[in-house]
Design a binder for this molecule. Structure first.
Ligand code: FAD
Length: 462
């Protein structure tokens, strides 16, 4: 790596070399995992570049190729598997300055990769449209980072995940294949070449995302005397095709103390279901909850404005925000990502809850998965040792509940992305020197690596 030559080549692009700031931009939310914290704490880039437009971005990518400098892309750095951390040092390509919404069309939005999800919606809402789905880091995460490092979230109960065809319309990417990089426009299945690939196969320079009609959303919480009743209600809501819902999360009673601002509404010892529903569907959600033996303890459309303004939005209680809130109060908390497959979701959830009890309070997120109701678990885990964490993972797998391991920084071991021969072949063409986010794709060094478990994102040859 010739850093001195690189600096000359990219002299016109804003850069940062202050060691503290470079360290900050070399980190993401890896510390969510005690395992990744131990492994990645000392990771640091040599320089950060902040291109302001596509021409500057291509200049940086081309200069890294020429001078053999590893390049790791950074959106907002909210990924929590160390995805955006530069294991081999080199350059962090920070896309915070490429944050424009380029065009809102009838049904889609075109944006630069660094555009923040909430800012995209601010531009699309006046046209009566909004993003179909977003991670619970809506207010901070970038659209490029969501596509390259995320999987779905709020909205997935209706629309499925980023893995599902149609949820990303088009992606423009730059390859790391010459001093003047090749630029590709990908659509359809080809998008899988860069989606959830942690920037190992290309740098996303522009995206086009599908939009849904914008509606007014209401947060509801329904409390239940048992976890079993709450799980059944969550599953029933997710299966109710006529209800326009944005999110359905189920939580064990033990999680309530961590949701500090909502705590006054949450009865002690009761499990609860957090739902985000279209305002016109809120009455039906409440009625279904009552019929299932629950009590509606919070409805934001019936709250005084002052009380409402003190509460964070319900999506910031959901997905990985549940873990974040628990971690803030108890640093020994971590979590897992579980798939509870059909059929018999509730039976599997309750079995794992009975096996692990207080050690892993249940947190579920219902989604649409391959055309049916699906259920992901993000149980909180009271961490003791890495060996015990592995035992808890094995216990899930032995009981038919696959784990997408958030304590691994490689694509393959996270169980999200399969690097099949087609994906590896694409990487060899788009990044022949292996400079893009080195160390994150096991198959680059070991093409025969066999993970032996299911993957969330489909392989290219599927
Ligand atoms: P970054 O963390 O900056 O990057 C993510 C990955 O994408 C990295 O590998 C990076 O190198 C690569 N990358 C970034 N931009 C580009 C680009 N332009 N081209 C190529 N590669 C690129 N994720 C979910 O899917 N759903 C959730 O609900 C969710 N909730 C979360 C809640 C919390 C509290 C936290 C801490 C994380 C959560 N995440 C969730 C993970 C993360 O916030 C999201 O995936 C988010 O969309 C990542 O966006 P980012 O801009 O921060 O990406």
């Amino acid at each position: 790596m010739d850093l001195a030559a690189l600096k000359i080549d990219i002299a016109e692009v804003p850069t940062e070399e202050n060691p503290q700031l470079v360290l900050q931009k070399s980190r993401d939310f890896y510390w969510y995992s005690p395992v990744l914290k131990r492994q990645l704490d000392s990771v640091k880039a040599d320089i950060v570049a902040r291109p302001r437009n596509e021409d500057e971005l291509l200049l940086v990518v081309g200069a890294c190729f020429k001078n053999e400098v590893p390049l790791t892309v950074r959106g907002s750095g909210t990924g929590n598997y160390g995805q955006a951390m530069p294991l081999a040092g080199g350059l962090v390509l920070d896309l915070c300055n490429m944050n424009r919404v380029i065009e809102v069309k009838n049904g889609t939005v075109v944006a630069e990769p660094g555009a923040i999800l909430a800012d995209i919606d601010k531009v699309t809402r006046p046209t009566g449209q909004e993003l179909r789905m977003f991670p619970s880091t809506y207010h901070t995460a970038s659209i490029g980072g969501f596509i390259a490092g995320g999987s779905g979230g709020v909205g997935s109960v209706r629309w499925g995940g980023l893995r599902d065809v149609g949820n990303i319309v088009r992606v423009k990417m730059a390859a790391m294949d010459g001093s003047i990089p090749t630029v590709l426009d990908l659509s359809g299945r080809d998008i899988n070449r860069v989606s959830h690939a942690y920037g190992t196969t290309g740098v996303i320079t522009e995206v086009e995302m599908p939009l849904a009609p914008a509606v007014e959303w209401v947060d509801l919480i329904t409390a239940f005397p048992t976890l079993e009743a709450a799980v059944h209600h969550g599953e029933a809501l997710a299966a109710a095709d006529g209800l326009l819902l944005k999110n359905v999360a189920v939580m064990d009673a033990a999680i309530a103390p961590y949701l500090r601002r909502h705590k006054p509404y949450l009865p002690d010892g009761e499990a609860f279901v957090v739902t985000i529903a279209a305002s016109f569907a809120a009455g039906d959600v409440a009625a279904l909850g009552k019929r299932a033996g629950g009590r509606v303890v919070l409805r934001t459309d019936t709250l005084e404005a002052e009380a409402r303004s003190r509460l964070p939005p319900a999506f910031e209680l959901s997905w990985n925000h549940t873990t974040l809130r628990a971690l803030r109060m108890d640093p020994d908390i971590t979590y897992l990502q579980v798939l509870y497959p059909q059929p018999g979701i509730a039976g599997k959830v309750l079995k794992m809850s009975a096996l692990l009890g207080e050690e892993a309070p249940t947190h579920l997120e219902f989604v649409r998965f391959d055309g049916a109701v699906g259920c992901f678990g993000l149980p909180l885990v009271r961490f003791t040792t890495e060996e015990r964490l592995d035992e808890i993972i094995a216990l899930h797998e032995d009981n038919g509940c696959p784990i997408f391991n958030p304590h691994r920084y490689t694509l393959e071991e996270g169980g999200m992305k399969q690097t099949d021969p087609l994906q590896l072949g694409f990487k060899r063409r788009s990044d022949p020197k292996g400079l893009l986010n080195p160390g994150k794709m096991i198959a680059w060094d070991d093409p025969d690596f066999d993970y032996g478990r299911p993957y969330l994102f489909p392989s290219l040859s599927a």
